[in-house]
Structure formats: C-alpha cells, structure tokens
Design a protein around this ligand. Structure first.
Ligand SMILES: O=c1[nH]cnc2c1ncn2[C@H]1C[C@H](O)[C@@H](CO)O1
Ligand SMILES: [Zn+2]
Length: 384
C-alpha cells in the first residue's frame, strides 16, 4: 500500500516532518547527562556509569534483554532521580524541548505519579511539577522556533493497587494538563481486569484511557483491555497479529478480535524498537506494523522509551522507511492516524491536522516536486 507519489524521505526530511507521539514514558526519556546531574544533586550513588555517553549505552544494552520484566528493571535508576519537584520540572521541560527539536508537534507523555513519592512529594505535587515542566519546555521550544503541545497521561502500575486513586487524580487534573490515563508494567500475570474499578470510574466520568496490552502477553490481554475494560487505545497491541492468518496464496483472514480492532478503528500505539528489545517482534522488517498498515488498521508510530531504546520519533520512522520503503505519504498517514487518536477534543485535533500536519507535509512534498522539476530541466538542457 506504499504510495508512489513521493520518494522515501531522507533523514533530514523525516526530522522536519510534523510528527505526533502518543506513547512515550517520561521516566524512559531522560537525557543521560541529566540523570548524572540529578544523581549528583540528590546523592544517588547506584548509577552503573558516571559518564553520559557510557550511561546512554548502558541503558540501551540493559534494556536489550528480550524480556519485558528485565527491560523494566532499568527504570529504577531514572525514577530514583525523579523524586523532587525540581527534578520532575527539569525532566519534563527537557522532554518537551527534545521532542520539539525532533519535529514532534503534539505529544502525550505518560508517567506513574506513584513512582515519584519516595522523598515525600504528594501525588498532586508530582503532577503539578511535571505540568509546569511541560509548559516551560513548550515555551523554550517556541523561543527556538519549534512549536509543540504536550499533554500528560497518568499511568498506574499494574502490579500495584493504586489504579483507582490515580484514575481519580487524572480526572481531577483533566482540564489542567492531564489528558488521560494508562496502566503499565509487567503484563504477564497482571491482567488489566485487576483494575476494572479504575476503568469503570473513568468511563462514568466520560474520560479517556489507554492500556498497555498485547506486548508481552497475547490476545487475551487485548481482548480484556477492549471488551472488559473499554480501552480507547492499545499500548503496543502488536500481538493482534496472532488473530490474523495469511494463507500461502497471500489471502489474509482476520479473526473476530482483529476485525473488531480494525473495524472500530482502535488506535494501536506501536513502538518498533522497544518491541525488538523486549522480544515482542524479531526485526523491523518483520514488525507487525508493516502488515497492519497494509490492512488499514489504525496504526501509529511511537518511541515508548527514548533513553532505553536510544531512539526518537525520527529514528523510528527512519527504521520503518528502511524496512518498508515508506514515503512522506505513509508518514503523513501514520501522523494523521495518531492525531485523530489523541485524547484532546475533536476540534483541536482537527485544527492540528488541517493547520499543522497537512501543510507541513505539503511543504516537504512541494520541495521535492520543485527539485524534481529542476533536475528534469537540467537533464533536458544538457541533452539539447
Ligand atoms: O513498554 C512498556 N510496557 C510496560 N510498561 C512499561 C513500558 N515502558 C515503560 N513501562 C513502565 C516503566 C515505567 O516506570 C512506567 C511508567 O512510565 O511504565
Ligand atoms: Zn510503554
């Protein structure tokens, strides 16, 4: 289904293209240098490396284990240095700046407030410090010529028992920087139905939530997230592929759950590099996103944890361009899918699509068209 109207974009075009990020963890995206600074400030001595470059490599390698539980162990170090208002503010501000520099125009960033209470902060203080950091990051980005809007998603940890409390927190801050709710953490052994009370509460409040499902566990997790819990979106959802059969002659048959996900336009927050690290996929070329895009699922491209995966939105797209030959039209398709699936109001999503995303891609495509015309003229001139 790859469009032939535009060529595969170069890395520099990918970076300039407007991008939308729905699945990115605040505690998975710190700059290595910031972790080192913060560790020094708070006297945290358990960092495995004390030089920024080496620490970045350590995170990538430690997260590259093929197992979600081992991948998650690396967050002990980032959460350890995110226990004060100042640290949360700094991390959130830098997050917004880094994304804006990478061409992200809209992002929903998630984190688990319950993981930032070790030094006595209240849940509300955590949320307010992060929100203030996002606003500061948006302001700094604007100053340096980039525009980004950032909303927060509050995550509850699925092995813990605070989901209802965090859902209530998300609801209280709903018009104050928080746009939705999520559950994360080890999936096997912790089905989303453990937190039904939280999801039922959010539905009664007409609020939005996504659930990490179909990453380290398969179809039952996706089915529960959708049909028992009522998730608006699926975090990862890659294992939906288990409900799709491809015959030798190439005919594709969707099972009932896969059909439901496609037909109801359930957004899939896909995170290719993270999936390779946790063993949810084997290579970029074999990542289910290729098939799901061809079958018109509402697939989106995301980073999950930029630090642990050594990635960015641009790099995720570069990998997909390399694996599937995607063009600017494909990038636009993923980006519009993501913007349609955001948790902000419909009119604001539409304005982002019509006033930011489409014009951004149109400009990149017109640059290419003019280059084409120029090079054709050049060759005609040299031939005559
Ligand atoms: O991909 C993931 N799957 C499940 N849990 C995750 C993933 N990435 C990060 N987390 C966890 C670790 C973080 O501490 C927590 C909140 O951001 O969410
Ligand atoms: Zn995640």
């Amino acid at each position: 289904m790859t469009s032939q109207t535009t060529p595969a974009p170069a890395p520099e075009q990918i970076r300039r293209a407007p991008k939308v990020l729905l699945h990115d963890h605040l505690d998975g995206g710190l700059r290595p240098g910031t972790i080192i600074d913060l560790a020094r400030e708070v006297g945290y001595e358990a960092l495995p490396e004390t030089e920024a470059d080496k620490l970045g490599v350590w995170f990538r390698e430690a997260a590259d284990s093929g197992s979600l539980p081992r991948y998650l162990e690396t967050f002990a170090h980032t959460c350890a240095v995110m226990q004060t208002k100042e640290a949360l503010f700094r991390v959130a501000a830098e997050c917004a700046q880094d994304l804006a520099e990478d061409g992200v125009v809209y992002a929903e960033i998630r984190y688990a407030p319950e993981q930032h209470l070790e030094k006595g902060l209240t849940l509300e203080e955590v949320v307010e410090a992060v929100n203030a950091g996002f606003r500061e990051g948006e302001r700094r980005a604007k100053e340096s010529g980039h525009r980004i809007r950032v909303g927060a998603l509050l995550t509850a940890m699925r092995h813990a028992a605070r989901a209802l409390e965090i859902a209530e927190l998300a609801n209280r801050y709903r018009d104050f920087g928080v746009v939705g709710f999520d559950i994360a953490g080890a999936e096997a052994g912790f089905p989303p139905t453990r937190h039904l009370d939280a999801f039922e509460y959010l539905k009664r409040e007409n609020n939005h939530f996504t659930i990490h499902a179909g990453e380290a566990f398969g179809l039952p997790s996706i089915w529960q997230a959708l049909q028992w819990c009522g998730a608006d979106r699926l975090g990862h959802g890659v294992r939906i592929i288990d409900d799709i059969q491809i015959a030798d002659d190439g005919t594709v048959e969707l099972g009932r759950l896969a059909s439901y996900v496609r037909d109801k336009r359930i957004p899939l927050e896909m995170c290719p590099t993270s999936n390779l690290q946790t063993g949810a996929a084997t290579s970029y070329a074999e990542h289910p996103i290729g098939l799901l895009r061809r079958l018109h699922f509402r697939a989106t491209v995301n980073t999950d944890n930029r630090l642990m995966s050594g990635t960015s939105m641009s790099r995720e797209f570069e990998h997909l361009v390399g694996a599937f030959g995607y063009t600017l039209d494909d990038m636009q398709w993923f980006t519009v899918n993501a913007m349609k699936s955001a948790f902000i109001p419909f009119d604001e999503r539409l304005a982002m699509i019509n006033d930011v995303i489409k014009p951004g891609y149109a400009e990149l495509k017109s640059e290419w068209l003019f280059q084409q015309t120029a090079s054709t003229r050049g060759s005609v001139a040299s031939a005559s």
